[in-house]
Design a protein around this ligand. Structure first.
Ligand code: THU
Length: 135
């Protein structure tokens, strides 16, 4: 795949760094995500929980929403860090939100172990409903 190794390394660093800022007083599960937008700018995010549990925002969506708030609507790659022994794939809600901003983006999960999981957003959400479904 076409994302330079250096970019992946930078995103991995940013994702790990973002996880430190997770607001996770209920699950204590600190997740970080970092993405490279189409311009090359990088945005990171952490999970933000709430006493009304259902309002929790995952790290992936925080990163995406930061990108959109900064004026960009497409990304090339996202790295997600979870504090686990094995890499973890994004939840269904995040898959849908990632799909909106580039089905062909790369998604890379990293963890505390050496294993990584690398795929595309499209492969994470087969037969997806997306912007093109409305045309
Ligand atoms: N979480 C994420 O931030 N990203 C994921 O990919 C999986 C789950 C968060 C949501 C919640 O704050 C905590 O992890 C436990 O589910």
């Amino acid at each position: 795949m076409s994302i330079p190794t250096k970019t992946i390394e930078q995103l991995t660093h940013l994702a790990r760094e973002a996880s430190v800022r997770a607001y996770a007083p209920y699950s204590h599960f600190r997740v970080g995500a970092a993405l490279a937008a189409q311009s090359g700018a990088m945005f990171s995010g952490c999970n933000v929980e709430n006493a009304a549990y259902g309002l929790t925002n995952c790290a992936e969506r925080t990163a995406i929403f930061s990108m959109v708030a900064a004026g960009e609507t497409s990304f090339e790659a996202i790295v997600v860090y979870t504090p686990t022994e094995k890499p973890i794939a994004p939840c269904g809600a995040c898959r849908q939100v990632l799909f909106e901003f580039n089905p062909d983006a790369e998604m890379i999960s990293v963890c505390d172990g050496t294993e990584i999981f690398r795929t595309s957003v499209r492969d994470l959400l087969p037969e997806a409903f997306g912007p093109k479904s409305l045309t």
